[in-house]
Ligand binder design. Structure first.
Ligand code: BGC
Length: 759
């Protein structure tokens, strides 16, 4: 089947309404429907996101039944920490090639929902608490996969930030919060990478299911962002199918068994649904399918061994060295004890629809063969326990070694698709083990396998912590490379590690009441909150150590003043000040120094990962445009920059800023004025045009209340000029006028307001 757009339209014109309605839902769990009489084949889609989970037609979709043998790459929690667009692009390309080999048209992912709380069961699949980082990494992933002429399905659109009641809960957030925090990962991906498909989420948004949300699926996604592909539902996310067609949901997955197809037909026949909308959905689906079919290359080789090594390489670049007092890297001639069952059986992926049937795995213990490494189990994952005998064996191993490495983390049951965590702790057995080992050997290192932050009550007692996340099937290889210095750690946290769960900004509201999940913390998610509150955290957003050290200097801004139509070029010099080659993630944060709306102290607006030899320096350049300075203005329904000074901070984490500068940005947009008699004096005085009009009244007020030269002595004794102004600032215009001795007659007020509002 090789057709162009006009022939797809032509084809649609030959279809019966039943055939068209049929195309708007799956054939089964994984295929679109064929229309044999017109030569339209069925195509397959598969999970995603970090490996190919191709299943048989008749099986479940949650990974309970086996899928084909494949390669499990590091999960989103890890890959985001690489801060490396090119690397993730390479991972995407390898996923795309495996899809070509397996005749899969679309791989379901990336999953980009914002990590609102560390508790979300699916955080291991998601990328970040930061929308800029999530968007950049998502776009790189999509571009990589689609370079192989295989589609992606960025998911889950939108505001799907909890698993608890995920199919019925309503994520209630104001528009600014959605636009600034929960949408940009999707927006950036659409604008920079044009995913072939978008998967809408299960949840409702402000009361309306994502699958029926016209604003979301049509106005924002297509009309504003320019999305061109088709929208599919998450598996079982459809409530009202006819409403879905109207909203812009093209493909329902999986099959509805014909029930919803019938509803579409009936609605058209009853004149309740415009047939043109059905045609449009069919056209979008067929256009994407056609794109795949035209470029299908089942002869593409899938070299799983090569992908296994790629997976190890990616994992190396993702691991975050959280703490190191100098014990790492380990020397290959030293006696080292690997302690903890995860050293032998690593946890490297999460549960649910992303679960890969790996063709092989490499544990740290296997990868350490030939080195002086001993092993003690330490705890039992299955029993969720560490017996006295296990602890004693671990302590003995630790004592006999120069360095003890405890492999800890979350067992499968602790975090998974389908439900949320209830706490942020490691299993008690593992905490107990770490304490015992740390007491036995001062050189204790902890390697963590988890998809989301954990509390570390033992942090001050251990020498080093390596966050390996869920690092894919070759994680053991990567871990050994990093521990022994064959690879220099260069991952940085894509999320804050709070000291305790209760510190998280969504703590009071997360999960919601019944089906109502109110996003009351607004835009203050992750470091946007911790920084505003000046709170101590365990490890800040962007943090990551290396076996070398870096310093940034020579911050240079192309201009000291720009308008919101200009771009600003920021250059900084990064230097490797240590004695090993390494990679640093240069992070650029922007902050509005003064604003009339509530804004975070700093927000990530640029990052570059660069490699530097010892002593080497490189210049890194960032280009900032309007969006880097803007907030979402609900009245304008657009991004808006408030004139004033902005900080430009460049550092190695959100809390390790090396260099800082300032730029003044002038807005070119005049906001409409809405002064009324109830507008307060302070707001009017903050507006330079309005200030001129109001100045005579101010002078009148001074006359009456004295202070700065008024003629009422009694008044000036009682109220200084400063006090008078401080009191007056909150006074509404109507009050100020009468205080100032002016007859606030209605007509005069009216005229003044007209004048003020037309400025
Ligand atoms: C998940 C999706 C997944 C789909 C197909 C759903 O339960 O939420 O992320 O792609 O199943 O397996």
């Amino acid at each position: 089947m090789k057709r162009n757009m006009s022939s797809i339209k032509e084809l649609i014109s030959q279809m019966t309404l039943e055939e068209k309605a049929g195309l708007c839902s799956g054939l089964d769990f994984w295929h679109t429907k064929p229309v044999e009489r017109l030569g339209i084949p069925s195509v397959m889609v598969s999970d995603g996101p970090h490996g190919l989970r191709k299943q048989d037609d008749k099986v479940d979709h949650l990974g309970i039944n086996d899928s084909i043998k494949a390669v499990c790459m590091p999960a989103g929690c890890a890959t985001a920490a690489s801060f490396d667009r090119e690397l993730i692009g390479r991972m995407g390309a390898s996923l795309g090639a495996s899809c070509q080999h397996e005749k899969v048209s679309v791989i379901l992912g990336p999953a980009v929902n914002i990590k609102r709380s560390p508790l979300c069961g699916r955080n291991f699949e998601y990328l970040s608490e930061d929308p800029y980082l999530a968007g950049e990494m998502a776009a790189a992933h999509i571009n990589g996969v689609q370079s192989q002429n295989v589609g992606t399905s960025i998911k889950h659109f939108a505001a799907n930030n909890q698993e608890h009641r995920r199919m019925s809960s309503s994520s209630n957030a104001d528009e600014r919060t959605l636009r600034e925090i929960y949408f940009p990962a999707f927006e950036t991906a659409v604008k920079k990478a044009q995913p072939w498909t978008v998967m809408c989420s299960y949840n409702r948004i402000n009361g309306t299911y994502a699958s029926e949300n016209h604003w979301l699926l049509t106005e924002v996604l297509r009309d504003e962002w320019g999305f061109k592909g088709y929208v599919m539902s998450d598996w079982g996310a459809v409530s009202g199918r006819v409403e879905g067609i109207e909203a812009g949901l093209d493909l329902e997955m999986p099959s509805s068994g014909g029930v919803n197809d019938k509803k579409i037909v009936e609605a058209v026949r009853a004149g309740k649904l415009d047939e043109a909308l059905v045609d449009q959905a069919v056209e979008r689906i067929l256009t994407i399918n056609e794109r795949y079919l035209k470029n299908a290359k089942p002869e593409t080789e899938w070299d799983k061994e090569a992908d296994h090594l790629l997976s190890a390489k990616i994992a190396e670049e993702c691991m975050v060295l959280l703490k190191n007092d100098g014990v790492l890297p380990l020397a290959k001639e030293d006696a080292v004890a690997f302690i903890g069952e995860f050293a032998e059986k690593p946890r490297f992926q999460g549960g649910g629809s992303s679960h890969i049937n790996c063709f092989k795995t490499t544990s740290a213990l296997e990868a350490a063969q030939g080195l002086k490494v001993t092993y003690a189990q330490g705890y039992s994952v299955e029993q969720d326990d560490a017996t006295d005998a296990m602890i004693a064996e671990a302590v003995a191993a630790a004592k006999a070694a120069k360095v003890a490495v405890v492999f800890a983390g979350l067992p499968d049951s602790y975090e998974s698709e389908g439900y949320d965590r209830t706490h942020m702790a490691l299993p008690a057995s593992q905490n107990k083990l770490i304490e015992a080992v740390a007491a036995a050997n001062p050189n204790t290192v902890v390697v963590l396998h988890n998809g989301s932050p954990v509390e570390m009550p033992w942090i001050d007692k251990v020498s080093a912590v390596l966050e390996a996340y869920l690092g894919g099937q070759a994680v053991g290889l990567a871990t050994v490379h990093v521990l022994f210095g064959d690879a220099n750690p260069c991952g940085h946290l894509a999320e804050t590690f709070p000291l305790k769960l209760e510190d998280n900004p969504s703590y009071l509201f997360y999960g919601g009441e019944g089906d109502t999940a109110d996003y009351r913390e607004g835009v203050f998610v992750g470091y946007r909150y911790y920084d505003k509150k000046k709170m101590d955290v365990l490890f800040p957003f962007g943090h990551g150590l290396s076996y070398t050290t870096f310093a940034y200097s020579n911050l240079c801004l192309s201009k000291s003043e720009i308008t919101d139509q200009d771009t600003l070029t920021v250059t900084v010099t990064a230097t490797n000040t240590g004695s090993r080659a390494g990679k640093t993630v240069v992070q650029l944060y922007v902050g509005d120094k003064e604003s009339t709306v509530l804004r975070p102290v700093r927000e990530l607006k640029g990052f570059e990962k660069i490699e530097l030899q010892p002593g080497e320096s490189k210049d890194v350049t960032f280009t900032l445009d309007k969006r880097a300075f803007a907030y979402w203005n609900t009245e304008l329904k657009d991004w808006h920059v408030e004139s004033g000074e902005f900080t430009i901070e460049v550092g190695q984490s959100s809390r390790a800023i090396d260099v800082c500068g300032t730029v003044t940005v002038q807005s070119t947009v005049k906001l409409k004025k809405h002064y009324t008699k109830d507008s307060i004096f302070m707001d009017i005085m903050a507006d330079p045009d309005a200030q001129k009009v109001i100045q005579p009244i101010l002078d009148g007020f001074r006359q009456v209340f004295g202070g700065g030269g008024g003629d009422s002595e009694a008044a000036s004794e009682a109220v200084s000029d400063e006090m008078g102004m401080a009191m007056m600032q909150y006074m509404p215009l109507r009050g100020v006028m009468s205080f100032a001795g002016q007859e606030a007659d209605a007509e005069m007020l009216e005229n003044m307001l007209k004048g003020l509002n037309s400025l």
